[in-house]
Design a protein around this ligand. Structure first.
Ligand code: ADP
Length: 494
């Protein structure tokens, strides 16, 4: 099968959050299964080009924007062995020369422009895949462009990674794409006179999914549907929740490129020279503490790696920091944000805690430190108000770092409380239901107590967590089933 993914992130060359990891992990699993896969991204000026093998310009093509012709450069390379095409806009507005992936005031215009370039690239090179898989609102206008195209009709899959970001804009913006008439039903359900690009992806795709079964249920309700629940309910016949996985080669404590020493769930060596043993996790904990300036002491280390945005439970994160350090634990937060008020809030907290031996806040995101945190911490907290899937808890599990999560969305589908599950072999963390300080404290208290009082149980839990399979294997099969059903339908078989 030929599959093309169109999105705005790909780990490790253009990463903001989970979307980049999904494009990496899903693409590599599809390749492993023998399919032809390509990812198309904008050629951002902030691309980590060292991580693209054989990157080179291959051709210049014509495109159009706002009714005028323009040129674009097509670059190709391989990212972690995934064939990747980067489209470089030659438009004078320099849409992708902003030193950031998101956060420009003209983001909707930028990504509409990207969609037009992808459309022109695919149609001019006639590289029309069997499946065109679009990710989030930024890629959704491609569904509109192909629905208007009299010649090409790829099967379109649209994945909602986060319904909170919808691409709401003025109707004229869509006309810049070169579509002569505004396609019907694009009006935003709440903001009068505006159109909603996410809604376009929902309506004009052939298969629609989001990234966990629980989040799929939540967004069908008025409480979770961010004004699009009615539209989603109208498309339930093609809508599904497919749980994300993690790339088990990129996130692997036995081979992680950023770790020395490595570790595994083995506690005894298989071979004499076998050094990747579970005990090395404690060495990594001390190395991490030395790196960030936490004292070396016999205390549990709780970590949090997150984008600092309201969705992630900002107040609960702050509460967890204070609760942990006043109850005998250590806390390490690595957070980044493009919201200035939140940045200032955490910068202030960082200064307040500067001399504290048991708490550190890092407001940058070097990828090596991120890996060292997953490996070195004992616990990892994710107190999100909502969470489509969440990958950080899955990565933590792979590194034997026990998650404490709020039971919502994909967190609820992947973390099972050690004290409340009916299936002890599936238990892998601590959960709490209400997004309140007292509910969070209850889970934190249980976690800290278990670490302090039951070291053998803790080790057992960590080993059990590491052996769980949250790789892409199973979820990739679900996507393949959906792709295959679309192809059968197109062939008139189903
Ligand atoms: P989201 O996509 O909402 O940010 P996910 O849990 O789905 O959250 O994905 C998070 C991914 O992004 C993980 O790979 C995580 O390690 C990474 N990540 C999250 N926050 C940061 C950060 N501040 N710096 C670096 N990487 C981060």
């Amino acid at each position: 099968m030929q599959i093309i993914h169109v999105g705005t992130e790909l780990t490790p060359v253009a990463k903001v959050g989970g979307l980049g990891d999904v494009l990496l992990g899903l693409s590599r699993e599809l390749l492993r299964k023998g399919h032809s896969v390509r990812v198309i991204l904008p050629k951002y000026d902030c691309l980590v080009t060292e991580s693209v093998a054989h990157l080179q310009p291959v051709q210049t093509l014509s495109s159009q924007w706002e009714g005028k012709p323009m040129e674009m450069e097509v670059w190709k390379g391989e990212v972690e062995s995934i064939p990747t095409t980067f489209l470089r806009s030659c438009h004078p507005k320099g849409y992708f020369d902003r030193e950031c992936i998101y956060g420009s005031p003209d983001d909707t215009e930028r990504f509409l422009h990207f969609c037009r370039m992808v459309y022109d690239y695919l149609t001019q090179t006639e590289e029309i895949p069997d499946i065109l898989h679009l990710h989030d609102w930024q890629a959704s206008a491609l569904a509109l462009l192909f629905r208007e195209d009299p010649f090409y009709d790829p099967s379109i899959v649209f994945t909602i990674h986060n319904l909170a970001y919808q691409g709401i804009t003025d109707p004229e913006a869509i006309l810049s794409l070169g579509i002569e008439h505004l396609p019907p039903h694009l009006e935003d359900p709440k903001e009068k006179g505006k159109i909603n690009l996410m809604k376009g992806g929902i309506l004009y795709s052939d298969f629609l999914n989001t990234v966990s079964p629980s989040y799929a249920r939540e967004i069908l309700t008025p409480e979770g549907g961010k004004n699009l629940d009615a539209v989603l309910r109208s498309q339930e016949f093609k809508f599904q929740g497919i749980l994300n996985g993690i790339d088990d080669r990129y996130w692997n404590p036995e081979t992680d490129r950023y770790l020395t020493p490595h570790f595994s769930s083995r506690i005894n060596p298989f071979h004499q020279e076998d050094r990747a043993l579970f005990q090395n996790k404690t060495v990594l904990k001390d190395l991490l503490r030395q790196r960030v300036g936490l004292r070396l002491t016999n205390r549990p280390l709780i970590a949090c790696v997150t984008r600092l945005v309201p969705q992630k439970g900002i107040d609960l994160i702050k509460h967890a920091i204070h609760y942990t350090i006043s109850h005998g634990g250590q806390f390490l937060l690595l957070g980044t944000t493009n919201i200035p008020s939140i940045f200032e809030e955490f910068q202030q907290l960082q200064q307040e805690l500067e001399e504290h031996p048991d708490a550190k806040i890092v407001l940058r995101s070097p990828e090596d430190l991120v890996h060292q945190i997953y490996a070195g911490a004992d616990l990892f907290i994710v107190p999100s108000l909502f969470e489509p899937c969440g990958l950080t808890q899955l990565i933590s599990l792979r590194y034997g770092t026990i998650p404490i999560v709020r039971a919502t969305g994909g967190l609820k589908d992947t973390v099972f409380d050690v004290d409340h599950t009916e299936n002890p072999e599936g238990a892998n963390g601590f959960t709490f239901l209400d997004p309140t300080p007292s509910s969070l404290e209850e889970a934190l208290e249980r976690a800290l107590q278990t670490w302090n009082q039951q070291p053998d149980r803790w080790q057992q839990l960590a080993l059990q967590a590491m052996k769980m399979d949250y790789s892409w294997k199973r979820s990739c099969m679900e996507y393949l089933e959906a792709y295959a059903a679309l192809l059968l339908r197109k062939a008139g078989v189903a």
